[in-house]
Design a protein around this ligand. Structure first.
Ligand code: ADA
Length: 565
């Protein structure tokens, strides 16, 4: 399954899921040995003999193709990919969590060989995937889609909704691409559900040789059903490209959109002009035995548990998520803080010559790919990176400018751990702090939690955060599933529940705190390099469910407290 809804009725599309031939590549001078078959999408760690393999591997699949122009869309390859068709290099991509696509021409109908060289190793070339408190898996972790392209096709369609003059205005930005060397003239029809959205410019669009054409239309609606947490109304936005005097069907693109607006006012967070509070979790895409490649059914289990917990928000710590999970958030009225890929990168590592290019590419691909999801209300960047020095501030500032150049409809934030030293609070709409009161500190009384928070709140008011809404973006404690003791030793479920209860009681008593996001929803695997020895079981155990989604004691505490706010 590519998305939770049909994206094309005209364009030919095929998902290349199922078994692919696979071989480890431990010596690039050797010819490839395809020793097994692996399921795509999936992580190679799902294979018992590859569970700890870090290095290169090659996937191969033979596909029958007729003559024509095609596009391959890879929704996620972890973490680096080189793609070849019939031995010819098509292109490469870095970063597991964003999609990339490659066009290619088939001149001979018949069987063709598709190969993908994948690498999940840690080295200087990889500035974002580094030894970390989450695992970098290996493989073609998300769907692969093959499309046949017409002479002109709809490359992108961006929908923005604005509350104005007593109703809603929909703005739709189209990007068409001429794949030929000759001038093409087309017509575009656009529907929202069955309602036509007309504009004279759609009737006659001319594209020159290989031209990409961008244009925007808009339509005002007096009465429309808003997208909200309680009523997440979605509309099908359908664009149809036609050509020639007979206006024959050429291409189409269907997406799902919602009318909603996110803003801040007087220190409050507003959804459709109504104040809201975020209550939820940080969630890694990690499920025991299936790694970071979550099928829709596994993602649906998480959605159901998050709703059972009376939560309304998920932070995609610390990278862009699988689109099908975001589709589910759209359908269920869950709010999303989506963030570009980075966790705890020092200023020295941010100066890796690959870092800014890789980080900016991730942002561009995240915003481009996920723009139309109404559930995404916040863009975040650079979790716990170097926001406490001027060089780091330059990078934060440039990345926020990059996002604003692509999307001004969402709020911006970043999660900091640079307590009392952060230099970037003035750059964002919402201040977000990661603070593990009572876990990483010895003291765990509520008085101490409150005192520690108030001290930081005062500092925030004086250093760029004055009057801004605050999210406690990470707080929590570790617990090993099944380790129970009335003595509340560290790592017991009882201790975790107590700490989360006390923290929530303090944070929920503060008006300026508009969000509380527990670290974390589920336990996740960490890298053996640099982390496994300091993380019991080689896992980050701060989930309120474990990696099998078995609830710990804290589950009931959180469910009770979230049901009351
Ligand atoms: C940081 C980090 C998380 C996780 C957490 C922890 O806040 O953002 O990814 O590592 O610490 O468990 O200590």
């Amino acid at each position: 399954m590519i998305r939770m809804f049909e994206q094309h009725r005209i364009r030919w599309q095929k998902e290349l899921d199922g078994y692919w031939d696979f071989g480890k590549v431990e010596n690039e001078l050797q010819s490839e040995v395809y020793s097994r078959k692996l399921i795509v999408p999936g992580c190679w760690e799902q294979d018992i003999q590859l569970c700890t393999y870090r290095g290169k591997g090659v996937y191969k699949k033979n596909i029958f193709l007729e003559k024509g122009l095609y596009r391959l869309i890879f929704k996620g390859v972890s973490h680096s990919a080189d793609v070849l068709i019939d031995g010819c290099f098509l292109g490469s991509h870095y970063n597991a969590y964003t999609e990339f696509n490659l066009e290619f021409l088939i001149e001979q109908t018949g069987n063709h060989e598709l190969k993908v060289l994948v690498d999940n190793s840690f080295n200087e070339a990889s500035a974002l995937h580094i030894p970390n408190d989450y695992y970098t898996y290996g493989g073609i972790i998300r769907p692969v889609v093959l499309e046949k392209l017409a002479e002109v096709y709809i490359e992108n369609m961006f929908f923005t909704s604005v509350m104005e003059s007593g109703g809603w205005t929909a703005k739709i930005n189209f990007q068409l691409k001429n794949t030929t060397k000759i001038q093409q003239t087309v017509a575009l029809e656009c529907y929202m559900d069955e309602l036509p959205i007309e504009d004279p410019i759609l009737n006659n669009i001319t594209l020159n040789d290989s031209e990409r054409k961008f244009f925007t239309i808009s339509k005002h609606f007096k009465a429309i059903n808003e997208w909200s947490m309680e009523h997440p109304t979605l509309y099908s936005l359908n664009a149809i490209l036609k050509k020639g005097v007979d206006l024959h069907l050429m291409d189409d693109l269907i997406d799902r959109v919602g009318f909603r607006q996110i803003s801040t006012k007087s220190g409050r967070l507003l959804l459709n002009e109504q104040p809201i509070n975020l209550k939820g979790f940080n969630r890694h895409e990690d499920y025991n035995l299936s790694g970071c490649s979550l099928s829709p059914s596994l993602s649906a289990i998480d959605i159901a548990l998050i709703k059972d917990l009376h939560a309304n928000t998920v932070r995609t710590a610390h990278y862009p998520n699988d689109e099908r999970f975001l589709d589910m958030c759209d359908e269920n009225g869950l709010l999303v803080w989506e963030e570009s890929h980075a966790r705890g990168i020092t200023i020295e590592s941010m100066q890796n010559p690959n870092f800014e290019k890789q980080s900016n590419n991730c942002i561009i691909e995240m915003v481009t790919g996920h723009y139309n999801h109404p559930s995404i209300i916040l863009w975040g960047i650079l979790n716990e990176c170097a926001s406490d020095c001027m060089e780091g501030r330059r990078i934060y500032s440039e990345q926020f400018s990059l996002i604003k150049s692509m999307d001004t409809s969402r709020l911006l934030t970043y999660a900091t751990c640079k307590h009392f030293t952060d230099l970037c609070l003035d750059l964002v709409d919402i201040i977000s702090i990661n603070i593990y009161h009572a876990w990483y500190e010895k003291e765990r009384s509520m008085e101490n939690i409150l005192k520690a928070y108030e001290k930081e709140y005062t500092w925030i008011q004086e250093t760029g955060g004055f009057g801004k809404p605050i999210i406690i973006s990470e707080f929590g404690a570790g617990a090993i599933y099944g380790y129970r003791s009335p003595y509340l030793q560290k790592w017991t479920e009882e201790r975790q529940a107590e700490i989360i209860e006390r923290c929530l009681e303090v944070y929920l008593s503060r008006d300026e705190i508009v969000g509380t996001l527990i670290w974390q929803f589920a336990d996740c695997r960490v890298t053996e390099e640099g982390w496994a020895l300091s993380r019991p079981r080689g896992y980050n155990n701060k989930g309120i469910v474990d990696e099998y989604r078995r609830p710990k004691l804290a589950y009931q505490s959180v469910k009770r407290i979230f049901s009351e706010v």
